[in-house]
Design a protein around this ligand. Structure first.
Ligand SMILES: NC(=O)c1ccc[n+]([C@@H]2O[C@H](COP(=O)([O-])OP(=O)(O)OC[C@H]3O[C@@H](n4cnc5c(N)ncnc54)[C@H](O)[C@@H]3O)[C@@H](O)[C@H]2O)c1
Length: 304
């Protein structure tokens, strides 16, 4: 075992499979005691099972680490609270939460139903809120702690997953709000946008070259949870990790502005906006045909 997280207590949601499991195992290897949360559902969020979280606890224990399972649904307030209460009850404190749990319900916007929209927003966005909210109350008292949300490059937009994209964009704003609201209590908040071979990404057309492993993502998360990252003052950031690449995303900002002395009218806006303010070209719009071709040719990464 390493000691990057020695003495820390870390809770990870969606820790039964894929990236969450790799984060839980890595955190334990680095000396943390871990709360392993997983509702044990299929990729679309159905058919829960408590065995998935328990299996990862057994793996951690077999490797000489300490962990406890919570099989609750983190899209409920009670589920998020239970994750945090379990950490405090079992280990007496909570130093980090990593909200990895997620599901997919893919559909074009014009066909998307309420049953496809609501659970995706509830699992990703509300599921990050429920855990952040309960953890923030503990960390504020402790005057230390780290919140990590999981977003996606798809927060820029998605052809057939408007629900997922909207949730992932919301998580970035939630993370930035947490970074601002908890700064004076010594609590940091950051977001990670991963690319890794898992059962979820097996259904997403993607260039194989850009695929990394869940272990690459776990290494970044371990660093962000560590005192080394806190000492650097890292908060309010969004980091991509895809195999060998780590990148930081820009903070949102206004690009160009124009002012009207006598107030705007549609006519003066039509005159000035295209030339003086203009547009900021949407990178994904120019990649639409390339993405459609990848989807058609079935360029899908292998699941793991
Ligand atoms: N794999 C990628 O390339 C990729 C890319 C971008 C973003 N992400 C994000 O990373 C995270 C992990 O993805 P993954 O690829 O490891 O997926 P995965 O499907 O392998 O694992 C997700 C886990 O979350 C659990 N889960 C789902 N709903 C839950 C709930 N309500 N409560 C508790 N647990 C729940 C599932 O049971 C599952 O074990 C997700 O938030 C996903 O959106 C992944």
């Amino acid at each position: 075992m390493g000691n990057f997280l020695a003495g820390k207590v870390i809770a990870v949601t969606g820790a039964g499979r894929g990236i969450g499991r790799a984060v839980a195992l890595a955190a334990a290897r680095e000396g943390a005691r871990v709360v392993v949360n997983d509702y044990g559902v299929a990729t679309d969020g159905t058919a829960p099972s408590s065995e998935v979280a328990e299996a990862v606890v057994k793996e951690i224990e077999a490797a000489g680490g300490e962990a406890v399972a919570v099989a609750d649904d983190i899209s409920t307030m009670a589920g998020g609270q239970r994750v945090v209460d379990t950490a405090v009850g079992a280990y007496g404190r909570l130093d980090g939460v990593v909200c990895v749990a997620g599901i997919l319900r893919e559909r074009m916007l014009f066909n998307m139903t309420e049953e496809e929209w609501d659970p995706v927003i509830a699992t990703h966005l509300k599921g990050t809120f429920t855990v952040f909210r309960a953890a923030a109350a503990v960390m504020r008292r402790q005057r230390s702690g780290t919140l990590i949300g999981f977003t996606s490059g798809n927060h820029q937009g998605s052809v057939s997953q408007a629900n997922y994209s909207a949730a992932k964009g919301g998580i970035i704003s939630l993370v930035r709000s947490a970074a601002l609201g908890l700064h004076k209590y010594g609590v940091t908040a950051n977001a990670v946008a991963p690319v890794a071979r898992t059962r979820m990404s097996a259904n997403v057309p993607m260039e194989l070259a850009g695929m990394g492993s869940a272990e690459d993502v776990a290494a970044l998360v371990v660093y962000l949870l560590s005192d080394r990252a806190a000492e650097e003052g890292i908060t309010g950031q969004v980091y991509s990790v895809a195999g060998a690449k780590i990148a930081v995303w820009a903070q949102p900002c206004e690009l160009r502005s124009a002012y009207a002395s006598g107030g705007w009218t549609p006519e003066t806006i039509a005159e000035f906006l295209p030339r003086a303010v203009g547009v900021d070209p949407m990178p994904m719009l120019s990649r639409l045909s390339e993405m459609e071709e990848a989807a058609r040719s079935g360029a899908r990464p292998n699941a793991r």
